[in-house]
Design a protein around this ligand. Structure first.
Ligand code: G1P
Length: 277
């Protein structure tokens, strides 16, 4: 069973400066909660109970958000603010959370490597901490179910624009079912002209622990970082690796457009819809 997830959230958020100088990108609010809480809730809805958040020394706010703050709870209790008390307690109890500090920012692949001991010999999910996915079933749940069905590594993709390839890992392979492809080739941030297709990696994955063997032998790649995509390419040569075209919506909170859009679209479906009227 897939009970573990790793949420990398250690980057500097350079694209969003100065907004993200002191405020971690993953803590940017979307409707009524920080982005990373949406991500943790997606994992929990997919049946995951144990989550490692990979974070940086400069990102203490993430850990603070998920741990109990006794003084606050006491005040809420004393002043009879029951709804608020319930809400903050629920955050503390969402899952068993572990925080792992990535000491150097050496890329997504390196961040995942920091969770090797946490993962051990279990298969596990990865959810990028700055990306919100909606849909029913949610993206991680969909991947977990397909992982059981295929008994193989799988990740989600979406159709991207020609001019966007340099922002994504791009993949190609052989179609085996509607929306499912056996992956043959993966390239991180290719030029549009050399991209193997227009299917971009979204930031949701389920792997066997063998991905660590491949991560360990991965050298720095695109933008001088250890790339998860390169380790996946190596894994695909020895184990089955599938892509699944996710039909729900994905918001990359690392871009202004998606961040603003997520506010509008997710608030319409929430109890906060009245504020928009
Ligand atoms: C990362 C991954 C990339 C993926 C993207 C999705 O890149 O390396 O393969 O397509 O997330 O957002 P980053 O956005 O961290 O540059």
């Amino acid at each position: 069973l897939i009970m573990k997830a790793v949420i990398p959230a250690a980057g500097f958020g350079t694209r969003f400066l100065p907004l993200t100088k002191a405020q971690p990108k993953e803590m940017l609010p979307v409707v009524n909660k920080p982005t990373i809480q949406w991500v943790v809730e997606e994992a929990v809805d997919a049946g995951i109970t144990d989550i490692a958040i990979i974070t940086g020394e400069h990102k203490q706010a993430i850990e603070n958000h998920f741990r109990p703050i006794e003084k606050l709870e006491k005040i809420l209790e004393m002043t009879g603010k029951k709804t608020e008390l319930k809400e903050v307690r629920e955050i503390n109890e969402l899952a068993n959370l572990e925080f792992i500090i990535q000491k150097e920012q050496k890329g997504l692949g390196h961040a995942i490597l920091c969770a090797e001991d946490f993962v051990g010999s279990d298969s596990f999910a990865i959810l990028l901490g700055d990306t919100i996915c909606t849909g029913n079933p949610n993206c991680t749940k969909g991947l977990v179910d397909l992982f059981y069905e295929k008994n193989a590594n799988i990740f989600s993709v979406e159709r991207i624009k020609f001019e966007e390839t340099k922002r994504y890992g791009v993949v190609s392979g052989t179609k085996v079912e509607e929306d499912i492809m056996l992956v043959k080739d993966l390239v991180e941030k290719p030029e549009p002209e050399t991209a193997p297709s227009l299917l971009g990696i979204q930031g949701r994955y389920v792997f066997t622990p063998d991905i660590f063997t491949h991560l360990k032998s991965t050298k720095s790649g695109a933008v001088g970082e250890i790339q998860l995509t390169d380790a996946m390419n190596s894994l695909s040569k020895v184990q089955k690796l599938y892509s699944w075209t996710f039909k729900g919506k994905r918001y990359d909170i690392g871009t202004m457009r998606d961040w603003f859009q997520s506010h509008l679209e997710l608030s319409i479906n929430s109890e906060y819809s009245s504020v928009l009227k």
